[in-house]
Structures are given as C-alpha cells and as structure tokens.
Ligand binder design. Sequence first.
Ligand code: SAH
Ligand code: SF4
Ligand code: F3S
Length: 454
Amino acid sequence: MDTKNLYINTIGCQMNVYDSEQIAKALIPLNYRAAPSLEDADLVIVNTCSIREKAEQKAFSFLGRLSRLKRKKPGLIIGVGGCVAQQEGKKIVKRMPHIDIVFGTHAIGRLPLHIKNIELKRYRIVDIEMSEKIDEFGHIDGFQQNKNVTSFVTIMQGCENFCTYCVVPYVRGIEISRNPENIIKEIRHLVDSGVREVTLLGQNVNSYGKKEKHCSFPELLARVNEIDGLARIRFTTSHPKDLSEDLMHAFKDMDKLCRHIHLPVQSGSNRVLKKMNRKYTGELYLEKVERLRNFCPEIAITSDIIVGFPGETDADFVETLDLIEKVGFDGLFAFMYSDRPKVPATAFPDKVSKREKKERLQTLLDFQDRFAIKKNVELLGKNESVLVEGFSKKYSKNADRSMPENIQWTGRTSTNKSVNFVRRKGSVLKNYTGKMVDIKIEKVLAHSLLGKQC
Ligand code: SAH
Ligand code: SF4
Ligand code: F3S
C-alpha cells in the first residue's frame, strides 16, 4: 500500500501539541506519514484552540485558505479537531463546505475509522461525542517519534474548576486521569527514542489520580523520577488553590524535577479573583510562594495574568502590579480578557474597553521586563547546567557552518531559562544535542541568556 501524506497544523497549548502526536500515531495503520509540505498533503488536519477569540479566528482563517487547495486537489481530505471543533461541531461543516470531518477532543481514538470511511465513501462526518474514559494509543511500531530532546506527556484530561472566563471545562470535559502504568510505559518508550526531558501535562495536575484513586501527583513524580536515562521532569499546570506541601517537598527531594513552577495567578485583586471563581486570595497566593521558596530557594516562578476582566478597575489593576512586584516572577504570560461562548463572564457587566485592555497589557509587560532583567542579572558569571535542545535560532538562520567555533547551541536551565552558548575551544564534542552541559553565563537579555561552555 502506498503511503499517504498527512499535514497537521497545531494551534493552542501543549495539550494540543501532544494530541497532534497522538493523531499522527493513530493514523499510522492507515499508512499516513508526515507530509513534506502542505501542498503535498492528502489529509490536512487543523488542531484548533478556543481559549481566546484570536485563537479561534486563526483556525478559521487557515481553514478558509484551504478551500483553494481543495479546488486544485479535489481528493484532499480536510479535518478539524481540537477545542473549536468540540465547541462548534456541525456549524463548521455548514459554514465551510470543503471540510470533510469535524472531530472533538474525545474523538481521536475514532478518527482512523472515520478517515477510512471518508476515503471509501466520501461522506462528511461530525463526531463531538465526549466520554468518561481516556483513549490509550500505546506504542506503535513505525511511528516516527519527534526527534526532539524534550517531549510532552498528557497525564490527565479535562477540568472541573470552572473559572468564569474559561472555555476549557466545556471543550475538554470532566477531569479524567490516565493510569500511572501507561504513563510510565510511554515515558520509557520516549526515553528509548532519545527524549531526555518530559513535561507532564494537565489543566490542574494537583488533582491527578484523585477521582480514580490512582496514586497522587507527587507519587507519580517519584515514579517518573526513577526512570533510567531520563534527565529532567517538568509539569504544567498547577492551580494555586491546590498546590500541596507534598508537591513543594518534591522540589526539594527529586533530583530530576526542574526548579520551575508555572503557577497562574490571573489577578492580584481579591475582588476580581472572586469573580473569576479562582478560590484563593492574593494573600494566600503570596503565602504559598513564600512556602515554596522556603522548600526550594532557587525555584523559578512564572505565571499567567488576564488584564481587563469584566469590572476590573484601575485600582484592581494596580493590585495586580503590586502582587507582581511582591512575587518577583521569572516570567509572565499576560492576556487581554476575551469573551468566550457559554462561559459565565461573557454575561458579566462593565466590560473593559479594548483600548484600556491594550494599555494595561503594555504597562504590565513593561513592568515585568524590569524584574525579568533583574532576575537574569543575578545569574551573570554563574555556572548553569543546561540541557541542549539543538542549534540556536540565530545560528540556524545565518552563521557560517564550516567553523565549529561559530556554532551557537541552545538549551534551558533547570529554572527554564533559555541559554544560547558557544562550545569551549578544543572541545572534542561535536554534537551537543541532548547533552547536559555546564555553561558560564556571560550576558543577559530580558528573555534569554548568553554563555560559554565551562
Ligand atoms: N489550567 C490552567 C490554564 C489553562 S488556559 C490554569 O488554570 O492556570 C491558559 C491561560 O489562558 C489561563 O491561565 C488564562 O490566563 C488564559 N485565559 C483563559 N481564558 C481566557 C479568556 N477568556 N480571556 C483571556 N485569557 C484567558
Ligand atoms: Fe480554565 Fe480554570 Fe480549568 Fe485552568 S483551572 S483550565 S483556567 S477552568
Ligand atoms: Fe488548550 Fe486552547 Fe484547548 S489552550 S485546552 S487548545 S482551548
């Protein structure tokens, strides 16, 4: 049987990146392999995100452009998966006649059967059924695992926190945790294929295993920590209300667990946090940060913030800036509030204007940059252990490859800071990818560091 070309466009969070890999894996038995380019594809899948309006628009604009490709190549199959597919379902096929299949976030396991049917009978399918069990894809021989040094592993799906602005519980469904045995098996396979670092994914990893009475999240971490050949473990995301002492201990006790936590605070105003249904206060957040730093003083803390939540006043925004100053984050992802279908906040009064949201976002980012630089300056002259991921972007673009001295590599510190570096003169090592190397930090920028191999 001839192989067919599969092109996947992934929009959205790490979970979608992981799901796209599962989609590619699930389609191996149907003989689909990665397409060299979009134009060569026999099957195009758009894995969509619905977290903000912009992400949704991005999906529809790409899908719109595909209609031209389909006119040129009528046999082309086009599929829409992910969170917008789950949210919009049938509406997508009505709106876009060139789409063959819409499949939701729980339909990846059924995708091969659907594609087979489309290949044979060319009918259109919408499958957005949700289930209460998780699909396991296992290891498939012949699956060309990405050749990256680091890989994502979803450990649980769904979310039951219902923050009032967030679409995730509606498009990803109830919380379901994977069996720890399957997770460990999967990570072992990844390590066998060259992966050195895994990031365990869940919307709130702290509730891993609770419902199913598997082990707890810190217990799962301890098991992953024992896997030979694995160098580093990361995880995301941890909800501040559920961050436990056990997890704080893990940062102290587990040698492979990276010294970094992403702990989204969303706002520094208790009034806004309450309306967001986050179930903690700014004070409780600060207390947890302090406890974390007692356990692990070198830990890097990053966060997400929403500016312009309905009813957010200038005074609320100033409280957010105050909290940022008190914590001293290593990095921030800030977003302008965006109305989403079905979520309660969409109906909240006192919407903040686009202009104000933009201004607050810019103020916040400028404010944060000062702290980021300050944090990075503390690293000047220090030696940091870096897991090398490959050539730096700058080098990949324009350096002279004939001179090994010119090669600039890139990797990350345990605290998740990007470091670009050059090798030590006379080093015999040719390929640094996947290696753990000690780097002396010689220059700092707001979002990256420059150094030299020690
Ligand atoms: N489970 C994670 C968040 C996943 S969504 C957690 O609870 O932290 C990633 C981020 O998108 C959120 O932290 C939030 O900052 C942002 N976000 C979610 N819904 C949003 C909306 N309607 N408008 C703007 N930003 C939003
Ligand atoms: Fe969304 Fe809140 Fe769940 Fe995070 S915890 S995914 S922000 S509902
Ligand atoms: Fe992720 Fe976007 Fe869905 S952030 S869970 S792909 S809505």
